[in-house]
Design a protein around this ligand. Structure first.
Ligand code: HH2
Length: 287
């Protein structure tokens, strides 16, 4: 995908551009009543559009618009309700002149098709093309970027005692199989992004192991997207029950992920994570 140059790529460190540690920030725009950290805050489309524009101004090169929470225990919403939530926000961002790549966080082919027709260019599918048999065809026809994310089980039940023999090996094998599936359905390799799915059917230990061994996913040959922002394992480690108090944990986990090879960072707090990643990327380059 284009846009993966990232803000750090603009730093003039006297190195050839291929040595640059680039990264891309994906700002979260949740249009839901029940998201775990910002549920209900941006249900009004105008509020969601302003929030998206603010995240763009802070450095988000992708805006990820979601109309259904995937938090543990979340109840699925129907396609009609989801499109009613997300479409005015997508259209509002386009008419407001948003320059960021617009991503739609959905597994439903009908919602995706409408969003892509309206101008979205990326699908963020937490089911990795398993949730709706028609989504792959929609993505291929629109030549959309597609994020394939690992999840064990489904949101309603995924945190009930998740088990792995080796979490990193299993996530890598799953993503590799999903890449093959996407290719067989006509989605170009260059369009794919992979994501280990932090918090989706994983204990705190599983999440930490995925972060520290993230470099093992590089073998898949696609950009790695990581979503640790405000997640509960950070709360467990720090004793912060309120997700809005997990910024420091979010930053620490994203810096580790950058160092281990992640290049796209899905976050709620774009400005502070941007600054942290610029410094971390500059330090990695200088070293
Ligand atoms: N995490 C969430 C939602 N979508 N997509 C990808 N690719 N990776 C993630 O880690 C990821 C995701 C959960 O965060 P949030 O959107 O804030 O919460 P909710 O699902 O409750 O709306």
């Amino acid at each position: 995908m284009s846009g993966t140059q990232g803000v750090a790529a603009t730093l003039a460190l006297g190195r050839p551009s291929e040595a640059t540690v680039g990264f891309t920030l994906m700002g979260v725009v949740n249009v839901t009543p029940d998201s775990f950290s910002d549920g209900g805050l941006y249900l009004d489309p105008m509020a969601a559009v302003s929030h998206g524009l603010e995240l763009e101004a802070q450095g988000a090169e992708i805006l990820d618009i979601g109309g259904e929470s995937t938090r543990p225990g979340a109840i699925p919403v129907g396609a009609e309700e989801e499109r009613r939530r997300v479409m005015p926000v997508l259209e509002g961002l386009i008419s407001a002149g948003a320059r960021a790549r617009l991503s739609i966080d959905t597994y439903k082919a009908s919602v995706a098709a409408e969003a892509l027709a309206a101008g979205a260019r990326m699908l963020n599918d937490v089911t990795a093309l398993r949730g709706d048999p028609e989504l792959a065809e929609v993505a291929a026809a629109a030549e959309a970027d597609v994020c394939l994310m690992h999840m064990l089980g489904e949101p309603r039940t995924m945190q009930r005692n998740p088990r792995y023999e080796d979490v990193v090996d299993e996530v890598r094998a799953f993503l590799s199989e999903r890449i093959e599936f996407a290719l067989a359905r006509g989605i170009a390799f260059e369009r794919l992004i992979v994501d280990p799915g932090i918090g989706f059917g994983k204990t705190a230990r599983h999440n930490l192991e995925l972060l520290t061994r993230l470099d093992e996913l590089r073998a898949l040959g696609r950009p790695i997207l990581i979503g640790t922002s405000r997640k509960s394992f950070l709360g467990r480690l720090t004793g912060r029950a309120d997700p809005s108090e997990r910024l420091a944990g979010t930053i620490a986990s994203n810096v580790i992920a950058l160092e281990r090879g992640a290049r796209i960072f899905r976050v709620h707090d774009v400005a502070p994570v941007r600054d942290a990643l610029i410094v971390a990327a500059a330090a990695l380059e200088a070293g």
